[in-house]
Design a protein around this ligand. Structure first.
Ligand SMILES: C[S@@+](CC[C@H](N)C(=O)[O-])C[C@H]1O[C@@H](n2cnc3c(N)ncnc32)[C@H](O)[C@@H]1O
Ligand SMILES: O=c1cc(-c2ccc(O)cc2)oc2c(O)c(O)ccc12
Length: 340
């Protein structure tokens, strides 16, 4: 077990959560329903396959990806879920879904049965058993997958930061400078810089992600390894980082973040955006099921796990922090503010 458990606060900040369906900013989100014939024509599906396609649509309607009029079932409309897959808007998560279904990711699942039975494979993920490298070590061998992965994470950042900015932006009030630890291509930091122009924002990530970027739209880019050190700032942001690492690794990363921010008397804080298993807003159908499937993705593709509050508390206090506050967001994620 990791450390003792001082007091902590849990908070549901979303008395009036923003609706996901109101989120995508695209003219097509008000698209008219389409008949089966219109769909097959626009997708170049021949008449001979029309009934096969209807069966696919029937399953997708059942899944909530599309809706149809109950009586005639003759036309199909977008749902809030499919609106999140529309191309060309900042909250589209199509690229993230492409990461999940890419064989580089999904084929790792087939390694799980033999991996579970083997006592030798505890240091490598099923992903690494299949590919010979962990996901962040593939840049040289599979540059197209690494590009897709980084774009997928950026698309996730577009959606999640839209929700954060509309429901919890006060989390960032008064933060003079912020380092986005493992900040990817800078989507999150650029959203923050737009919302808080006075904030000094730094994106910190591995060399193959930062490449030769120095500064974009006032956001600074710095290459490094969060297992060595983290650049100093008033606040350190960890979005979708810690779920990818073991408890021991998380404690190391958090300790480096603690060293990078001001101490208790000078207002430093860590802002974690990740899942807290079980912490979901009231209006979420199947949210916990989706969190548990995300945990299985971490099982095959990373050394981490999706954590419940008690597991978060253990690593936060083991890294020497004194308090934390959890704010569940609409969707699957929470914001965890962590104080020295
Ligand atoms: C799951 S992605 C999250 C990206 C971004 N925070 C977001 O939510 O869109 C993890 C990020 O951590 C970076 N990363 C992995 N290992 C790292 C290390 N040792 N030091 C710095 N960054 C690292 C990856 O390159 C990647 O950009
Ligand atoms: O393969 C992944 C996927 C993620 C991921 C999934 C869904 C999201 O909304 C955000 C991120 O994160 C990963 C990660 O943090 C890691 O260390 C390895 C693999 C993945």
């Amino acid at each position: 077990m990791l450390g003792a458990s001082p007091s902590a606060t849990s908070n549901q900040c979303l008395s009036k959560p923003p609706s996901i369906s109101a989120s995508p900013r695209s003219s097509t989100s008000t698209a008219k329903p389409m008949s089966l014939a219109q769909l097959t024509t626009s997708l170049s599906i021949p008449d001979s396959k029309s009934d096969h396609f209807r069966r696919l649509m029937r399953a997708l309607v059942h899944q909530g990806i599309f809706s149809t009029d109950q009586e005639t079932q003759s036309s199909y409309s977008l749902t809030p879920t499919s609106q999140l897959m529309l191309p060309g808007n900042s909250t589209s998560i199509t690229q993230l879904l492409r990461v999940f279904i890419d064989p580089t990711t999904s084929d790792s699942a087939y390694v799980l049965p033999s991996w579970l039975k083997s006592s030798e494979e505890t240091t490598k993920t099923p992903f690494a058993v299949l590919h010979g490298h962990e996901i962040f070590e593939l840049a040289d061998e599979k540059p197209e997958f690494t590009k897709l992965y980084n774009e997928g994470m950026a698309s996730d950042a577009g959606l999640v930061m839209d929700v954060v900015m509309r429901s919890c932006r006060d989390v960032f009030d008064g933060v003079e400078s912020l380092v986005d630890v493992g900040g990817g291509n800078g989507t999150t930091a650029m959203t923050l810089k737009k919302a808080f122009p006075e904030m000094k924002c730094t994106v910190f990530d591995l060399q193959h992600v930062i490449q030769d970027k120095m500064e974009i739209d006032g956001v600074r880019f710095v290459t490094g390894d969060f297992f060595q050190s983290v650049p100093p700032a008033s606040a350190a942001l960890l979005k979708s980082i810690l779920h990818g690492w073991s408890d021991e690794d998380c404690v190391k990363i958090l300790k480096h973040c603690k060293a990078a921010i001001p101490n208790k008397d000078n207002g430093g804080k860590i802002i974690i955006i990740d899942m807290v298993v079980g912490a979901v807003t009231d209006n979420e159908v199947n949210a916990i099921e989706t969190q548990l499937f995300s945990d299985l993705l971490m099982l095959i593709a990373a050394k981490g796990k999706e954590r419940n509050e008690s597991e978060w508390r253990d690593i936060i206090f083991a890294a020497g922090f004194n308090n934390y506050k959890i704010t569940p967001l609409i969707g699957l994620r929470s914001v965890i503010e962590v104080y020295p």
